[in-house]
Design a binder for this molecule. Structure first.
Ligand code: GLY
Length: 273
């Protein structure tokens, strides 16, 4: 099993141990790559210090809307703007095993509740304080375009995991989105090629400013660069060519091993055995 996870670009390296605790959940005898990445991301969603599941950032209206995705060698499952569900990655897993690719909003939320993942308790005190600060800074700004100057200072955070086991690669990602996000905003995380990608050269997951990652299809680009330059250099190239003012972190795994690359600090942990 080759397994690497991250706690979001911008998360301090002091949290590597928390990420390792999650990685250990994915390192159990007999787990497939797909089962492993889902187990790891579920554990990170349960840790309120990461921006996913329980620790998700709040939208400007005070709601919690989350995105998550999982990809195996065989299929993809994504959810976007899901609410009141404690483990969005488990709902992405259900979508992965369904005829659909991406479920959004109410339909994803209803599915999550029906499968027993309902939670009314996603807002942490820290996130409520953060929202108050954002609202204070925004003041009377009302038009969407006025948000731009604040959004440029946005903070993100996404959790993700990629694995390679028994000839198969898999990727999983989950996020509460970015600060200064309005309701309904969707970033890179649930979008194939942007927040995640699995292909012949392995599995990739991205973290950072979703709009910029999506414009550049950074996960697919990283996958293709790995094919050309190998794991380590492939990831480095994509970080180097990304505009420095925007955050980006990548993790990747294939039969050769696993690596990470980023343009800020990023908590991470891996196991290769
Ligand atoms: N990378 C997470 C987001 O932009 O929503």
């Amino acid at each position: 099993m080759i397994l690497i996870a991250h706690g979001g670009v911008g998360s301090p390296r002091e949290r590597d141990e928390q990420v390792m605790k999650a990685v250990e959940k994915g390192y159990e005898e007999g787990m497939s790559a797909l089962e492993a990445v889902i187990a790891v991301v579920e554990e990170l969603e349960n840790d309120p210090t990461f921006n996913a599941g329980r620790g998700s950032r709040l939208r400007l209206d005070g709601s919690v809307q989350m995105d998550a995705a999982v990809q195996s060698e065989h299929n993809i499952g994504s959810v976007a703007a899901i609410e009141e569900v404690k483990n969005p990655i488990r709902i992405a897993e259900i979508v992965h095993d369904s005829p659909y690719l991406l479920l959004v909003g109410d339909s994803a939320t209803k599915l999550g509740k029906k499968r027993g993942f309902e939670s009314k308790d996603l807002k942490t005190e820290d996130r409520i304080d953060e929202l108050e600060e954002m609202r204070e800074k925004l003041g009377t700004e009302e038009k969407l375009k006025d948000y731009k100057k604040f959004y440029d200072e946005m903070q993100g955070g996404t959790v993700g995991c990629v694995a390679y086991e028994d000839g198969e690669a898999a990727a999983a990602v989950s996020t509460g989105g970015t600060s200064y996000s309005i309701r309904g905003r969707v970033g890179d995380s649930p979008l194939i090629g942007s927040g995640f990608y699995v292909g012949e050269h392995g599995a990739v997951v991205a973290t950072g400013k979703g709009e910029e990652i999506t414009k550049r299809l950074s996960s697919k680009r990283c996958h293709d660069m790995i094919g050309e330059y190998g794991l380590e250099r492939g990831c480095e190239i994509v970080v180097e060519e990304f505009p420095e003012e925007h955050t980006l972190g990548l993790i990747a795994a294939n039969k050769e091993g696993c690596v990470s690359a980023d343009n800020r600090q990023m908590a991470r942990a891996s196991i290769e055995e």
